[in-house]
Write a protein that binds this ligand. Structure first.
Ligand SMILES: Nc1nc2c(ncn2[C@@H]2O[C@H](COP(=O)(O)OP(=O)(O)OP(=O)(O)O)[C@@H](O)[C@H]2O)c(=O)[nH]1
Ligand SMILES: [Mg+2]
Ligand SMILES: [Zn+2]
Length: 315
């Protein structure tokens, strides 16, 4: 007999996928299976977070395959996931030193894809002042921001409350950021039963050791009646706008909600808001008045330059 079931891909390793299926009210089952040949085509490569149909042929051993993918809400390259509702941008107050341009690029990509960005500044115990300064930048940009320490427990309860309140009813979320910032450690602090592996950053170069090797989605908030999903993901340090087409240059202002109102209000002719010190540019003026954080404007201008160069090349 052939049976079809709907489920969600929660992990994938070497062509084998774990698909989470709700069998009935009380039972969740994980099926390990391969994808049907036609689903291997590059453009529709399966992603963690995909909602899929699996076909079970009870008459053959290994007779379970992923036979269809449901239409995606969105898909990201980093972390490689589909159907995200929330993306938690995780970086440390120090060790490793954050690269805010990468954080800002990720936030822009999330917003462009209709994913709600949330910032988490970890390792507050290593640098309280730095952590507050970073948090100030993102709160000022209107982004939900948390400061945590998995060492002292600071901020963990309020983040936990936020996650419990927002990541439920099938919503999918992920922790993303550089290696060694403490994503897995924080997930363990929030959900001790996960027991994810973590490891010290390299003392010499102060970089993480890429401890988490694959994306994996976990059930959370199951006590609320319905489930929410949270993924741990491998660390990455590059978001390459030159190589990948995340969005067009015309879409850029919408991805910076803190700059958008001033960009819209700028009456300087054909202004791209990237000129240094032009007193006619409303964005430059707002930055001078301290209404836009300098690092946010730098990131905006950096993305603009990359997209502009790309456009000039192909137009
Ligand atoms: N002092 C301090 N150390 C922390 C904190 N959170 C994590 N660490 C340490 O930072 C190191 C890296 O933590 P991980 O959780 O493995 O980092 P990760 O972001 O998951 O790294 P990848 O899996 O490589 O992407 C570990 O030695 C943790 O103990 C914190 O809040 N304070
Ligand atoms: Mg990890
Ligand atoms: Zn302008």
């Amino acid at each position: 007999m052939i049976i079809e079931k709907k489920g969600k891909i929660i992990k994938g390793l070497g062509g084998l996928y774990n698909v989470r299926v709700r069998e009935n009210e009380n039972e969740i089952k994980i099926y390990t299976c391969r994808a049907k040949g036609s689903l291997h085509k590059d453009e529709e490569k399966l992603l963690i977070g995909d909602n899929v149909v699996i076909t079970i042929d009870e008459d053959t051993p290994d007779g379970i395959v992923i036979s269809d993918i449901e239409e995606r809400k969105n898909a990201l390259i980093r972390p490689p996931m589909a159907n995200l509702d929330y993306l938690f941008m995780v970086f440390a107050a120090k060790k490793p030193t954050p690269v805010l341009e990468v954080v800002d690029k990720l936030i822009a990509i999330a917003i462009h894809n209709g994913i709600k960005p949330v910032v988490i500044v970890t390792k507050q115990d290593l640098g309280d002042t730095l952590a507050s300064e970073y948090a100030q930048i993102y709160r000022g940009a209107g982004i939900d921001t948390f400061v945590t320490s998995s060492e002292s427990g600071e901020g963990v309860a309020s983040l936990s409350e936020y996650i419990r309140y927002n990541i439920k009813e099938g919503k999918t979320s992920a922790f993303a950021g550089a290696s060694g910032v403490g994503k897995s450690t924080l997930m363990n602090a929030l959900f001790p039963s996960l027991e994810l592996s973590t490891s010290e950053i390299s003392r010499k170069i102060e970089r993480g050791r890429h401890t988490t090797r694959h994306v994996e989605i976990f059930d959370i908030n199951t006590d609320e009646g319905d489930v929410g999903f949270l993924a741990d993901t491998p660390g990455f340090s590059l978001v390459d706008f030159a190589r990948f087409d995340f969005f067009d240059i015309d879409d850029l202002p919408q991805t910076f909600p803190d700059i958008l109102p001033y960009a819209n209000g700028c009456t300087y002719a054909d202004c791209a808001h990237v000129g240094e010190g032009s007193s006619d540019c409303a964005v430059a003026r707002a930055a001078e008045e301290g209404k836009i954080a300098p690092t946010r404007l730098e990131s905006y201008r950096s993305i603009y330059r990359i997209l502009k160069e790309k456009k000039n090349k192909y137009d």
